[in-house]
Design a protein around this ligand. Sequence first.
Ligand code: HEM
Length: 318
Amino acid sequence: MSAPASIFPPTPDYVPFRAGPFRLAMGLQPLDLRDWIEPDERMIVELAEKERLLRERHHEVFAVLPEAQASSAELLTLLLDYLPQRFPALYRRDGTLFQNLATGQRWDLARTALHPLDLAGRLVQEDLCLMQREPHTGVYCLVGASVCFPTRWRIAEKMGKPLSVIHGPVPGYEEQLAATVDRYFARLKVEKPVWRTNWSILDDPTLFQPTGHGRRGYNPDITPVNAGEKLWFRMERQTLRRLPQTQDIVFTIRVYVRPLYELAQCPERAATLAAAVRALPEPMRLYKSLPPFLDALLAWLDNVAAGRQHTVSVSSVH
Ligand code: HEM
């Protein structure tokens, strides 16, 4: 299956890290709803990978509680309206037939047996989570998740839990962010959606990564010479919007994985990333499993920043 690359919007060139002191922050920016979903030329590969994961390990990548039935249907309805309007070269709706023109997938909306959140997750490269206010405590809990590309977490461990528990493993979250995020969720307005980013550096480009925090030790396979080819920059572009009818909150996560050697074309970015990594507190470095290759990573970035590393080995450029 193939489609001309030109039908896809270009992949945005995000630079989600910065030099300067580390600060655990919400980092929210206003979202133009036209940019809610971000398809790109990886769509065919990534949606095929979603289908594979949903077929082979459905319970690991999809879960929904009964109380998310209405918001799942609301989310699906929004996507079915938005996608063909915003990306007419990629999606088409004819009555009850919905098509992804790039992948060739077709769904009869009147007949599909899929849960609405499951179908919604198959339409887009984004992973989708539904958060619902718990009436007694007022905190927001995870009530639905179509998450095929987790960055080191499992939906089974988070389902039904409030935001502060979901973020339990994140160093500093409870002390520095939990109260602010809870307040933000309580006040998020339908007409004021937002987006933010997370980033990390991993030694594995696999999209589905349910584990892997807290790695110590030393990986001798990654050196100051080959770190650009053996490491990947992984970024999440996340959006938050409140659904107008059910008032539940949709959290989308779009994962971008790029080989680190792409930074070799941009010494300033390598310098900024090196500064950002150096500024990470020790617990955060461990959370992100940087220790096994931290020295090699920094040496490689410093070389690129100083203009000493221009090339990558031919085997990695495909
Ligand atoms: C304003 C909203 C939010 C903020 C500021 C926030 C912040 C963060 C931060 C800083 C991390 C650590 C990531 C890293 O640096 O590697 C993280 C991880 C995570 N976040 Fe959030 N987050 C938000 C919303 C959400 C929502 C709505 C969910 C719902 C599912 C969620 C689920 C997670 C999970 C599962 C992890 C990984 C936790 C683990 O390692 O077990 N986040 N978040």
